[in-house]
Design a binder for this molecule. Structure first.
Ligand code: IPD
Ligand code: CA
Ligand code: CA
Length: 287
């Protein structure tokens, strides 16, 4: 349990945050135990959009744990939704009125997991009436747990996290991703990379949006952007960054909400500059 946040958001004797932490840690440990022991790998929306029995098993474990504690809550999990951007938008719409909605990515960074590249995570967020109130990202490879509670700050193993201080793109280390939607989001994001790479200190593309966002929260990265993400990639990381003093928005500057798919997530200082450069490059959205 991280320091200073344990008694918040309690229903009866159960803390939402404690359940989120415990669930992410258990799923992460189980995932790690399956490294190198994957029986099947399948593709979803594109040849690069992978799913394994470990993604499915992790989501099942997470659902069971959450529903044991909170049987009335709803869960939006990646593996419970048909692949592709349209299905994911519909799934969120169908659930956005739920009072308590858990938003789950059972493995963020499946390609890395399949290859044994140690940069993947479990991402669990809880939204109350559409607003994220708890966010947990767990990196089993490093046993690093990042946790945020709305209005109470964000922590990494009990120590408050803070975004970095860089105030120009030129001094910034920025991350992005290669979206799985090869025809829609990928070409737009590639255009963005071409425009941003010469303007920043450097770019990193390591393959887990949630973990990249946790790194923005801890100041290891100055910012992150990606076109065409899903709610489960972003929700927990967004709260981590906001509670660490940073800013998260849509690529048009609209403040973060669950429907954001083109995410800009930064230390705040470089936010407008990053939005502007992506807009200048025509790389803010899928037309
Ligand atoms: C993917 C990762 C990756 C990002 C892709 C996501 P998944 O999630 O976050 O970094 O570039 O857009 O789809 O499929 O590994 O859960
Ligand atoms: Ca993901
Ligand atoms: Ca996933």
């Amino acid at each position: 349990m991280t320091g200073g946040v344990s008694e918040s958001f309690v229903v009866g004797s159960k803390s939402f945050t404690a359940v989120a932490i415990n669930t992410a840690a258990k799923a992460g440990e189980w995932i790690k135990s399956k490294l190198g022991d994957i029986n099947w790998v399948d593709t979803k929306f594109s040849a690069q959009d992978l799913v394994t029995e470990v993604d499915k098993g992790s989501e099942k474990l997470i659902r069971n744990l959450i529903l044991t504690h909170f049987p009335d809550h709803s869960i939006l999990g990646e593996e419970g939704v048909e692949p592709g951007p349209e299905a994911s938008k519909k799934a969120l719409q169908a659930m956005s009125d739920e009072e308590y909605l858990w938003i789950v990515d059972p493995i963020d960074g499946t390609t890395n997991f399949v290859h044994g590249f140690p940069f993947y995570s479990v991402s669990i967020a809880l939204a109350h009436k559409g607003e994220v109130i708890v966010g947990v990202v767990y990196d089993p490879s490093r046993d690093e747990l990042f946790v945020a509670e709305k209005g109470k700050g964000a922590y990494r193993h009990g120590k408050k996290t803070e975004v970095s201080a860089e105030d120009t793109l030129l001094r910034s280390l920025i991350a992005t991703g290669f979206p799985a939607d090869r025809d829609g989001a990928l070409p737009v994001n590639l255009k963005g990379m071409q425009a941003i790479a010469p303007k920043v200190r450097n770019l990193r593309i390591a393959g887990s949006a949630a973990l990249h966002m946790a790194y923005v929260a801890t100041g290891r990265l100055s910012g992150f952007w990606e076109i065409g993400l899903n709610p489960w990639d972003i929700a927990a990381g967004a709260l981590l960054i906001q509670e660490s003093g940073g800013r998260v928005s849509d690529s048009d500057g609209t403040p973060y909400h669950l429907g954001v798919r083109n995410v800009i997530a930064t230390n705040g200082h470089i936010h407008d500059e990053l939005i502007q450069e992506l807009a200048n490059a025509g790389a803010s959205r899928i037309e």
